[in-house]
Design a protein. Structure first.
Length: 431
């Protein structure tokens, strides 16, 4: 069957941090249906509001209007019938880990079931969710076949193009990041590549197979995790030596090939999760990935380490620990972004609470109800009144750089700056 881009109708399944920016971009050129099982999210988007703050209201309004007026644009829905006539399905759902850090494919498999119900002959299903090599063909395709009754690579086809969304980054947005593409046959690979190339300004890289494309994504974040684990270990070593880690890194990065990673809390939906996906697959082949898992152990323990350093500083200042008032600034997993998924700031809070301290959490970006629901932690977006025995700058939000810390701290108090964002002389110690 000859395929062209003139007769495609696209469904984006999953409208979160990845799905909505992708749907908005593709809808600038094609007719797109955004599908999500959360009616509240669908209503919000159809009103041109995006709680993730990834898509500008003006851009969202434009594609919603375009759908009503022409042959391109976006319409969001929770009704499966609305996507039944689509012939290209792009699945962009989360791939988390469970309580034991084992890959949880249930959102991906449920999304495959949804698509399987409306799958037709000659349709193409493209996956963007981050997975270990083999998930698309070994886990998802069988679900599509079972639900639809169609045969893979005979009746329908598949592609894989890993998402590269960087939440909160307004410079490196989706159309400015090169896209890796792949397909289940040579013809489909070319079709998938052509589709993305038509909307991605940065261009595409066509991988030789779906497994190669899957592997390329999962090692991107594993590599970052290992590098951050290395500088986190350096921070611990230099802390014992009384050397400022940031000073060391500033000196070291004057060499052209030094990689400028910085220490910190490693959370989020990618870096703190993806290494476990790769590790599980490696162990299925009888190989224990020592470096990958060692990096994870180092980064998983940084919340407790930060808390212990804060308590140590307080003891050195003769600050009474029990019932001490501690302000934690930031609870999102990264700066200038409302995303609280898998944030490791909660580890700092948990560890500090073990010392019977009184914790106040302030984050101007995080949704208070979401934080409470997800972590049972009360937070505020407004600056709390009163003075604190200790302040932990946990996230590098721009707002925290200009706070009047003298009004927030008691005369005998400590400030610990996890991300080294404060001007010299404000923080008592940095990571």
């Amino acid at each position: 069957m000859k395929r062209d881009l003139k007769h495609i109708q696209i469904a984006i399944v999953g409208l979160g941090y990845v799905g909505l920016p992708l749907a908005t971009l593709i809808a600038s050129k094609y007719k797109v249906f955004g599908y999500d099982i959360n009616p509240k999210r669908v209503s919000e988007i159809n009103a041109a509001e995006d709680a993730t703050l990834e898509v500008e209201k003006e851009d969202l309004s434009q594609v919603l209007s375009d759908f009503k007026n022409g042959v391109k644009g976006l319409k969001c829905t929770s009704d499966l019938n609305d996507i039944s006539e689509c012939n290209v399905f792009i699945i962009t759902v989360p791939t988390p880990v469970d309580g034991n850090n084992r890959p949880d494919l249930s959102p991906l498999l449920k999304a495959s079931e949804v698509v399987g119900k409306v799958l037709k002959k000659n349709d193409v299903v493209i996956y963007e969710s981050t997975v270990y090599p083999g998930v698309t063909e070994e886990e998802c395709i069988p679900v599509l076949e079972k639900v639809s009754g169609l045969a893979f690579n005979t009746d329908f086809y598949a592609g894989y193009s890993p998402e590269r969304i960087n939440p909160g980054d307004k410079n490196r947005n989706i159309e400015n990041i090169l896209k890796v593409t792949s397909g289940s046959t040579q013809e489909i690979a070319q079709f998938v590549d052509k589709l993305y190339k038509s909307v991605i300004k940065a261009g595409t890289h066509l991988a030789p197979s779906i497994k190669v494309a899957e592997a390329s994504k999962v090692i991107e974040n594993s590599q970052r995790d290992i590098n951050i684990a290395f500088v986190n270990e350096l921070a611990k070593i230099f802390g014992l030596m009384g050397i400022k880690t940031q000073d060391v890194l500033e000196a070291a990065k004057t060499k052209w090939n030094f990689l400028p990673f910085t220490p910190g809390l490693v959370g989020g939906h990618c870096i703190g999760v993806d290494p476990y996906y790769l590790a599980q697959k490696a162990e299925e082949y009888g190989y224990h990935p020592g470096i990958i898992l060692a990096g994870r152990r180092m980064n998983e323990g940084m919340g407790e380490y930060v808390a212990s350093q804060v308590i140590k500083l307080m003891i050195e200042r003769d600050i009474k620990i029990k019932n001490a008032k501690i302000l934690v600034l930031g609870i999102t997993f990264k700066e200038n972004c409302p995303d609280v998924r898998n944030t490791r700031v909660v580890d700092v809070i948990k560890s500090l609470r073990e010392y019977s301290t009184d914790i106040t959490v302030m984050d101007p970006w995080a949704n208070e109800q979401e934080v409470l629901s997800e972590y049972q932690i009360e937070s505020t977006q407004g600056l709390p009144e009163g003075q604190f025995d200790a302040i932990v700058v946990a996230v590098a939000h721009e707002e925290f750089k200009s706070l009047d810390y003298q009004k927030l701290r008691k005369p005998n108090s400590v400030i610990y700056d996890v991300k080294s964002i404060l001007a010299n002389g404000i923080a008592d110690k940095t990571l």
